[in-house]
Design a protein around this ligand. Structure first.
Ligand code: UGA
Length: 445
């Protein structure tokens, strides 16, 4: 199938490259010529495990990039919209969605054959049918359902494992205004014949995406609230409490042979310093404001965000227990990215924590295996030094704040115990054993 993908951001590029890998002819479209040139040279503008390899494999064979949206839509029979939908403080900003819908509509006017337009960007329920579809009709002068189809196909990719998530999907949601649209989308995903496919309407497809992220964010805030309560009540550890909860057979089922399954969902049921990234905070906030506009109170999800916003402060409170005055105290920050496996610092808990420490005049030395360049952009004018290794960053510090669960931080107890003056360790991710050092503090203890 000939497929055009509009937008070569994270979702667009990963989807485009993976659709080429499963045998389609893909044209990626972006208005940024530098990016397009880079992609055509086989160089990925973003880092994602396995992406460069697939890009080099398919570029100039069944994958190309262009700035010419009109030509790309004319050449293809399916167009996937994967442009950004940033949260602007009140709601998601649909300007890019609206702009490309208009341009695709103008092209559809010239098309003689049936075409399907599918939204992959995360958009609030109703956007595809109430904004994209009318714009396509207006600028093409044609009728949806007759001359073209309109669908919604949310993505469930995680940063760091996006290629694997696309190539081994857990579900494929095929939203469409009619069965003809759904059938066309289904054909695009034909190689995934044994994956659960849910054919539905566009609004439901949009809601599935938000609900999935809202659930995971809720689990994290729930665990953090329990963690905070355990810490306040004292004499118990949230880690142990949550382990006990994980053993509920409805969470970790026991098979007939007696073996227990430990599903990855349990890792969202752990206390820590809060969730971040480009998806959970943005999506939960967008759903709250959309729901409130519609007259719903959105009480639970508002609390999910409130708990998350407070969570970085818990790390700071643990630190001030030992160091009430932080001026000139040397603090090592271990982990800047919002999660391991990525250099993404968007909404990372490390940001408010570092800002507070700087405000209190602490001396900060930071280390992250891949996110330091991103951090330098965020803290450009601020006084932070960066180290090249775990060994280096902890030298002579008063306290170590562990904020991202990078595997290499497992070596910390050995490294810190070998220090002349063993620093205080605050484990914001409950990654290390609480007995690993003379002075250990963790969320939920
Ligand atoms: C998330 C969802 O997991 C994807 O299913 C979804 O497609 C994506 O958003 C999106 O909307 O595009 P992502 O933001 O890459 O993916 O990250 P996750 O790995 O889910 O991490 C999000 C937050 O949850 C992080 O702050 C992380 O620290 C926390 N987390 C992650 C856990 O607490 N436990 C884990 O096992 C994984």
């Amino acid at each position: 199938m000939k497929i055009s993908v509009i937008g070569t951001g994270y979702v667009g590029l990963v989807s485009g490259v993976c659709l080429a890998e499963i045998g389609h002819d893909v044209i990626c479209v972006d208005k940024d010529k530098t990016k397009v040139d880079q992609i055509n040279l086989g160089k990925s503008p973003i880092y994602e495990e396995g992406l460069s390899k697939l890009l080099t494999k398919h570029i100039n064979s069944n994958l190309k990039a262009t700035i010419n949206l009109h030509a790309a839509v004319m050449e293809s029979s399916l167009t996937i919209i994967a442009v950004g939908t940033p949260y602007d403080g009140d709601a998601i900003d649909l300007q890019y969605i609206e702009q490309v819908s208009k341009e695709i509509g103008e092209t559809l006017k010239d098309k003689k054959t049936y075409h399907v337009v599918v939204v992959k960007s995360t958009v609030v329920p109703g956007t595809t049918d109430e904004i994209v579809l009318p714009l396509l009709e207006k600028y093409s002068g044609k009728k949806a359902g007759l001359d073209f189809g309109v669908g919604m196909n949310p993505e469930f990719l995680r940063e760091g494992t996006a290629i694997a998530d696309f190539m081994q999907p857990d579900r494929i949601v095929l939203g469409g205004i009619d069965t003809k649209t759904q059938y066309k989308l289904d054909q695009a995903y034909a190689p995934f014949f044994d994956t659960d496919k849910l054919k539905t309407d566009n609004k439901t497809a949009e809601m599935i995406k938000y609900t999935s992220n809202a659930l995971l964010a809720t689990l994290i805030s729930f665990s953090n609230e329990i963690g905070n309560l355990c810490a306040t009540l004292g004499d118990m550890d949230a880690l142990e409490v949550m382990r006990g909860v994980h053993l509920d057979k409805r969470i970790s089922p026991i098979l007939k042979n007696g073996q227990r399954i430990s599903p990855s969902i349990t890792s969202y049921l752990e206390a820590g310093c809060g969730f971040g990234g480009s998806c959970f905070p943005k999506d939960v906030k967008a759903l709250i404001s959309h729901g409130m506009d519609a007259g719903e109170k959105m009480q639970l999800l508002s609390s999910v965000m409130n708990i998350n916003n407070d969570q970085p402060k818990k790390v700071l409170n643990l630190l001030s227990k030992h160091y009430p005055k932080l001026e000139n105290k040397k603090i090592a920050i271990l982990g800047l990215a919002f999660k391991p496996g990525t250099n993404d610092m968007r909404e990372s808990p490390a940001i408010p924590i570092i800002n507070d420490l700087l405000y209190k005049k602490a001396i900060i030395n930071a280390y992250d295996p891949v996110a330091q360049e991103e951090a330098k952009k965020i803290f450009c004018t601020k006084k932070i030094t960066y180290s090249k290794s775990v060994n280096e960053v902890v030298k002579g510090v008063d306290a170590v704040l562990l904020l991202t669960r990078w595997q290499e931080f497992e070596a910390l107890p050995e490294i810190l115990n070998a220090c002349e003056k063993i620093p205080l360790l605050i484990d914001g991710r409950r990654m290390l054993s609480k007995n690993c050092l003379p002075r250990y503090e963790g969320i939920g203890i």
